[in-house]
Design a protein around this ligand. Structure first.
Ligand code: HEM
Length: 153
């Protein structure tokens, strides 16, 4: 059971953190070559619309498998390694940041796109960018701590 849980856990982490990396580090500067803001914003909207359901699925899988391992393999909160405590704490921060992005900037961005208000959409995209710019480094740190932790705790 643990081997299935850890495999799903890792796949979910790869999808969420890797997806953020691709969008933030590769897609974001690549969109800059498009001259018309409406093209840039429409592609950004289509990309997020595809990516965000995967983020929700990853969150559910990460928490379900993470707590399953914590209460079985790790023997509960009292016995779990420090890396697991840091991991789940930072995972909560990441999830709250994503929820804020999803119901705040993302909802506003979609409305602005629907209304064809490109200037407003650009501002909302800037808000999304800032939150992803925070969540990506946290995600990378969590992945590094989660995978190396058993060797130093
Ligand atoms: C963004 C969220 C998270 C990321 C990126 C993440 C990442 C990782 C990674 C990369 C590993 C190492 C996998 C391996 O050794 O093959 C891991 C292990 C683990 N994670 Fe997470 N994790 C996250 C959230 C959580 C949460 C919410 C919990 C809940 C307690 C959790 C509990 C665990 C446990 C118990 C292990 C096994 C640790 C060990 O074997 O020493 N993780 N995680």
């Amino acid at each position: 059971m643990t081997s299935i849980a850890i495999a799903l856990h890792l796949l979910a982490a790869v999808i969420w953190v890797g997806g953020m990396f691709t969008i933030y580090v590769c897609l974001r500067p690549a969109l800059g070559v498009l001259e018309r803001p409406s093209d840039r914003l429409t592609i950004a909207e289509a990309t997020f619309a595809k990516f965000f359901p995967w983020v929700w699925l990853s969150i559910v899988v990460l928490f379900a498998t993470g707590y399953l391992m914590l209460f079985t393999t790790q023997g509960g909160f009292k016995f779990a390694g420090t890396h697991v405590h840091i991991m789940q704490g930072l995972a909560w921060v990441m999830t709250l940041l994503f929820a804020w992005l999803y119901w705040g900037a993302w909802a506003d961005f979609r409305e602005a796109i629907k209304a064809g208000s490109w200037e407003q959409a650009d501002k909302d995209l800037g808000r999304i960018r800032k939150i992803v710019g925070l969540n990506l480094p946290i995600g990378l740190i969590v992945a590094a701590i989660g995978s190396s932790g058993r060797w130093w705790t």
